[in-house]
Design a protein around this ligand. Structure first.
Ligand code: SAM
Length: 382
């Protein structure tokens, strides 16, 4: 195994050469020059949520030392290596993405040690970190934590109540993932909201075995991530070990589950993600939580002596659909301001591209809008 030492800022030192190791490549850093934090791919300054696209090692290196209260990390499992698994009752090969391929036990461990060191540097003195993983990765994570001087607090067994069957019939059915909880170092006085956890557990001390269902259908409404964690799991972690207003970081944020849980529980959130597709998914999930659109429908009779109440047909549409004819359809796009949380522009357009062009033509720039809401109205008549 390569011998690695750590600089004070968590980057690695091999002999006299100072390097920051990233997935599969090395970036030479000029000693003494602090890397600059790129601008986030998504930022909601009102709720203090930021997502950076890129390699978490580069991003973590640019985050100030001792600035983060809590970290949840769900790193690559290194298990997409041609094996088989059961998905929706079918035999499928395990391919979660190139990011999940093993590079060999030593390289995988070097990678785990690098990002854990970078996380340790940014944690506040009393901060703590949770890392989830299967057997493919979690032993290396635990060993790296011991090498780096983290203080191990608990290893949680997350039990999945209804796991997919083991198709080979040569092993027990895999039904758990381990989540290691550790404080920054031996001196840390970590946060544990003991009373709250006991209350959540109907007055009994909470054990380190947690039975939590995998993500529900509503959590996958905007798309799927192959290793998406349930919001309920992240909410328990955040409630157990952080307070409102504190900063939570997820270096491998995937579909944004940690950021969503942080938003729902009034924590600040910072995420890093390599993939543009997963970044888009997490932005969709977060923005959908920033919006509530109430729709109501009422039909008024046009006569000299109108009925006292309008005729509400909103519940009848599905029952009548066989005889209905589409008579009017429109798409409206609402641009929500980045600086002020209000509708700064709205326009009827056939497509998002057309709406964007009209937005720009109105003299505004793309960065003025935090996100865009599309509503579609279709009127059918019998
Ligand atoms: C196990 S998944 C995390 C899933 C996440 N917990 C969720 O609920 O959606 C790991 C994620 O890390 C990303 N990733 C892999 N290597 C990375 C790196 N060096 N920096 C940032 N993200 C990385 C992958 O694209 C993947 O989405």
């Amino acid at each position: 195994m390569t011998k690695i030492e750590n600089n004070a800022d968590g980057t690695e030192r091999r002999g006299t050469e100072r390097t920051e190791k990233t997935e599969g490549r090395k970036i030479e850093a000029n000693s003494g020059v602090k890397p600059l934090l790129q601008s986030p791919a998504f930022e909601d300054s009102k709720h203090h949520i930021k997502i950076y696209q890129g390699d978490c090692l580069e991003i973590l290196a640019a985050i100030p030392e001792s600035s983060v209260d809590l970290i949840f990390a769900d790193p690559p499992y290194f298990l997409s290596n041609g094996g088989i698994t059961c998905h929706a009752g079918k035999m499928v090969s395990v391919h979660k993405g190139d990011w999940d391929k093993s590079r060999g036990a030593d390289a995988n461990h070097d990678f785990n040690r690098s990002w854990l060191a970078a996380c340790q540097r940014v944690l506040k003195p009393d901060g703590s970190i949770w890392v989830s993983g299967t057997a493919h990765v979690i032993h290396s994570v635990g060993f790296a934590m011991q090498q780096l001087g983290f203080k191990l607090l608990n290893d949680i067994s997350w039990v999945k109540p209804n796991p997919p069957p083991n198709l080979s019939c040569r092993y027990f059915t895999h039904a758990t993932e381990t989540i290691i909880w550790a404080a920054k170092n031996a001196k840390s006085r970590h946060t544990f909201n003991y009373k709250l956890m006991k209350e959540t557990n109907r007055g009994k001390q909470m054990k380190s075995v947690w039975e939590i269902r995998p993500p529900e259908a509503w959590e996958k409404k905007f798309g799927k991530h192959p290793t998406q964690k349930p919001v309920a799991l992240l909410e328990r972690i955040l409630l157990a070990s952080s307070h409102e207003g504190e900063l939570v970081l997820d270096p491998f944020c995937g579909s944004g589950t940690t950021l969503l849980a942080a938003f729902r529980l009034h924590r600040q959130a910072l995420g890093c993600e390599l993939s543009a597709d997963f970044l888009t998914l997490s932005i969709r999930r977060i923005c959908s939580n920033l919006v509530q659109v109430d729709l109501s429908l009422a039909c008024f009779q046009f006569s000299l002596d109108p009925l006292p109440d309008p005729v509400d047909r909103s519940k009848c549409a599905s029952r009548m659909s066989a005889q209905l004819q589409l008579v009017q359809q429109e798409r409206r796009f609402y641009f929500i301001g980045r600086a002020k949380r209000e509708v700064i522009f709205s326009v009827l357009a056939d497509s998002l591209d057309e709406a964007r062009q009209k937005f720009r033509a109105s003299g505004r720039s793309d960065s003025d809008a935090l996100f865009i809401i599309k509503t579609e109205t279709s009127i059918y008549l019998a």
